[in-house]
Ligand binder design. Structure first.
Ligand SMILES: [Zn+2]
Length: 94
């Protein structure tokens, strides 16, 4: 899925989101990453849902990715007892 269409969409998204969503740093060139908030795992709908995208600098992206790869999820839950982490299995697919 990471083809020419993604590259075009990525560039357009970064033009609209020139700052890192986590640290607020201005994004430049190769330092900019468009991250999927909920891992798409090959799901085309999730992959192309701009609401599931965030602009990150490489540093924040890599630290976030490491946390996800180590099985870490954002803690806490809302008043209904649902986990706040959108990547939590309970929230994915709802
Ligand atoms: Zn950052």
């Amino acid at each position: 899925m990471y083809g020419a269409q993604w590259r075009g969409a990525r560039v357009a998204f970064l033009r609209e989101h020139p700052f890192c969503a986590m640290c607020g740093k201005a994004l430049r060139g190769r330092d900019a990453v468009v991250d999927h908030i909920v891992p798409h795992r090959g799901d085309a709908a999730l992959f192309w849902d701009e609401g599931n995208w965030q602009a990150l600098c490489k540093f924040c992206h890599d630290s976030r990715k490491q946390r996800v790869e180590h099985g870490g999820l954002v803690g806490g839950h809302d008043e209904n007892g649902m986990p706040l982490d959108r990547a939590h299995p309970w929230n994915v697919g709802m």
